[in-house]
Design a protein around this ligand. Structure first.
Ligand SMILES: [Zn+2]
Length: 332
């Protein structure tokens, strides 16, 4: 009977999560650009990726993209504490799909960073999710710490891997005198309400010769669906130019890496000449005017990526369905 009941239930990875398609009702207010403090902005999108109303503007001074209105600290902290994952995946703890992908991502990030790694290093992961990168790093012999504002993900990390995660926003975590050799910030900076202050805080948490890895969605990619990276949780949109400038303003040397996955080395003090792409905002404004949904649809090369995307999703779903079938048959 157990097997019969289980087999009638739709497996978690095949359920449609309608919550992610609905608009998030943040209020918030207009705020100046967090990179150059400018107030002259232009609207680059009025919709999120699901075509719900959501306004993103670009600063005409430096090219940084951000939400307008910007949600308040209280709204953001409450959203990431226990709402974000519940809405987007129907569970406040990692699902089998997110664990599968995060484990793969954690291993590949550790291998990417291997030229920087030295025995006994202290590593901090900011926005650590369920802790899969920390697990890979611990297996490599490193001392690890993590920050993850989602209480469900932090709880899962403690239970599944025995790693005590700091379940709070970055600004609220106190490490005392502890400093780190390497900090990773993998697809989390764009979710923070004040990314410049966040980078400055990470600068303070690093050893004098420490490194910071930052990866964010690349808004400068001309071949993406125009609203792909716009949703209520993405408070900022970065390109290579704006991420490099923000890193310099926060006290980091010109990074190595491409596009918006970059490795920054800590400098003793910020570069006063951080504004290294003065003509960028004007160029970006022209790009945004041209980057329309119609142009995307009538550009043949955008369709070449579809088979690869289908293979990627299909592969995950096949792995998860096989695991699910096995568990159902074992219970039977
Ligand atoms: Zn600006």
């Amino acid at each position: 009977m157990q097997m019969h009941r289980e087999s009638l239930r739709v497996p978690a990875h095949l359920k449609i999560r309608w919550g992610r398609y609905r608009r998030v009702g943040f209020s918030g207010s207009h705020q100046p650009c967090r990179l150059c403090a400018g107030n002259d902005t232009v609207v680059v999108s009025r919709f999120d990726r699901w075509l719900n109303p959501l306004v993103n503007v670009m600063c005409r001074g430096c090219g940084l993209v951000f939400l307008d209105p910007m949600p308040t600290d209280e709204e953001i902290n409450a959203y990431y504490k226990d709402q974000f994952w519940l809405r987007s995946q129907g569970s406040d703890e990692p699902t089998e799909k997110t664990i599968l992908r995060a484990s793969r991502g954690g291993e590949s990030l550790l291998s990417l960073l291997s030229p920087l790694l030295r025995p006994g290093m202290r590593i901090l992961d900011v926005g650590a999710g369920g802790g899969e990168f920390l697990v890979a790093a611990r297996r490599g012999g490193f001392e690890v710490d993590g920050i993850e504002p989602s209480v469900g993900y932090a709880r899962y990390c403690q239970r599944a891997y025995g790693i005590a995660m700091n379940a709070a926003p970055l600004a609220d975590v106190d490490f005392g005198d502890k400093k780190f050799d390497l900090i990773t910030c993998n697809h989390s900076l764009e979710h923070m309400r004040d990314p410049l202050s966040a980078l400055r805080r990470l600068h303070d948490l690093l050893q004098p010769d420490g490194h910071l890895y930052v990866s964010v969605p690349n808004l400068g990619d001309p071949n993406i669906w125009p609203t792909r990276y716009f949703h209520a949780g993405h408070l900022y949109g970065f390109t290579h130019e704006t991420l490099v400038m923000m890193g310099a303003k926060a006290g980091f040397a010109p990074p190595f890496g491409t596009e918006t996955s970059l490795i920054f080395r800590r400098l003793a003090a910020p570069d006063p000449n951080w504004f290294s792409f003065p003509g960028y905002a004007a160029q970006a404004e022209i790009k945004w005017q041209r980057h329309t949904i119609w142009r995307y649809l009538f550009t043949p090369r955008n369709y070449r990526r579809i088979p690869g995307r289908i293979r990627y999703f299909l592969n995950d779903y096949l792995v998860l369905t096989r695991t699910w079938l096995r568990s159902v048959l074992n219970k039977g």
